[in-house]
Ligand binder design. Sequence first.
Ligand code: AGP
Length: 608
Amino acid sequence: MCGIVGYIGDKDINSVLMAGLWRLEYRGYDSSGVASVMDGELEVRKVKGRLMNLQEMLSEKPLSGNIGIGHTRWATHGEPSDQNAHPQVGCKNKIAVVHNGIIENYYTLKEELLKKKHFFKSNTDTEVIAHLIEENYKGNLKESVLKTISRLVGSYAIAVICTDEPDKIVIFRYGSPLIVGIGKNENLIASDIPALLDHTKDIIAMNDGELGIIKKDKVEFFNAEGEKIKKEKKKVKWGPESIEKEDFPHYMLKEIHEQPNIIRNNISLKIKGNEFNFGEDFKFSPKELAHLSHIIIQACGTSWHAGYIGKYLFEDFARIRTEIDISSEFRYRNPVMDGEPLVMAITQSGETADTLAGLREAKAKFIKILSLVNVKGSTIARESDSTIYLNAGPEIGVASTKAFTSQIFQLYLLSLYLSKLKWTLDSSEIDKKIKEIKELPKKMKKILKKENEIKEIANKFKNAKDFMLIGRGINYPTALEGALKLKEISYIHATGYPAGEMKHGPIAMISEGSPVVAIATKSSVYDKMLSNIEELKSRKAKVIVIGTENDEIIKNLGSDVFYIPECEENLSPILVSIPLQLFAYHIAVLNERDVDRPRNLAKSVTVE
Ligand code: AGP
């Protein structure tokens, strides 16, 4: 979604703001802008379209001053245009605001402000904030911001500068992420850590209902009542190098290739002999976990697919009844949460609005919350009772890949741990599975070495208008994820189905040449998958099969076959996902899509 940056210090304001915005580009946007204060005047540059347009504008007409704010906008209220881009400014050209989120009562506020003779230049909800701060301004920016936010309904992270107080940026967070970067004789703000890393690794994450006053040599924090509060700074463990593309043409491809190392790293962090160590943020006692009545997993998109795989794992290994729900449904459907359940929130970003809301729904009912999160210190991690980190490093490509396989890995380990606590698997079985896990990085590398095979298959199918992906058992959710990858980055329609459902409707779609990807690795449902493939073949579909090495039967069934190494059935989604990710990637590249920044999508969905 939208991105916020801000800077106060001695560096060139143009390059700091611009570099920060480039770092946030991956989040998705359709216009951008910056503003600074110099000699009592606001300077604003904003433009529709790519960041390059703003950069060109700034090279012709740079900002002056040493305090500024910047924004990448992803349109919600008002189409993408120069006027609707942020910063938004009040009538008197004194106050400039950048905003992430949505102001739900903006229409009422706008009516009120129009009656007070404010004139509006955009169709955004954000402009209302700028006018309201101006209306409330009586010589103290902090007070006018506090008065303003008491009128706002919705979710927002805002950064405000004012010509009368050119020594500070005032920020406020309610429902949308905002981080402060602490430098030496300079300070920064951003909606996401990558925008800060070129300057500092010391950060302070804002919580909902907190206001910050950011000066060059000082930062101060207050609650929504204006009372001073203390906040601790933390060190980010990764540096700017982790957000470079290196020699890869796209972040997505780099992230696909990082997967074996991420799993290897997680193995050494989390498996100690035959014991599991989920890290210091995993605070549940074995006793608490052994007494769980059931698990409810809620998540969105790819994380929901990982959660679906989790359901198979928890039920198979630990014999714990597990529900899986999409967060936007879970949060509104009044779910039954009696007994001693554990609610799990699975999320790469840790900031997804619906997943956060689902977590809060459960928390309000005093349910235990465990989150699986990639971004350290994110809101969902902070609001959970326990967190298991994915340790996947920053994921920049909008299409999630490495976070997905790491989520499956954590779920696999957790299900083994629960099976140990509940005595549902004996120790020799667990040891055997640990051995299998340790083989994963090698097997993943082997698949990646065969990328060209996938590229060739992608080349054959690059003009397809429709794909169906089918799987059974634990690889049914993998098929869903493969279809989502295709849709997201190639814009080609793709549907995932449990193969057993074909006869109940979807097979009507199949005609000569219809492309179907079938996951038919060696498993408990292998024979069933063979029958499904036969049915498709007899209707002249073109079946691309993901099979297990040395399977001669499959060779004669599929029009194309991609082999993965043999592995334990419940671990196979990690291996199967790789060719599916590569297939979607190459189809998208062959269709000249913007792989890392697919249209209409944002990396983290911080509004409903
Ligand atoms: C993944 O490729 C998607 N971009 C999207 O479905 C994503 O998984 C979803 O928005 C959830 O994000 P989260 O994991 O950060 O909560």
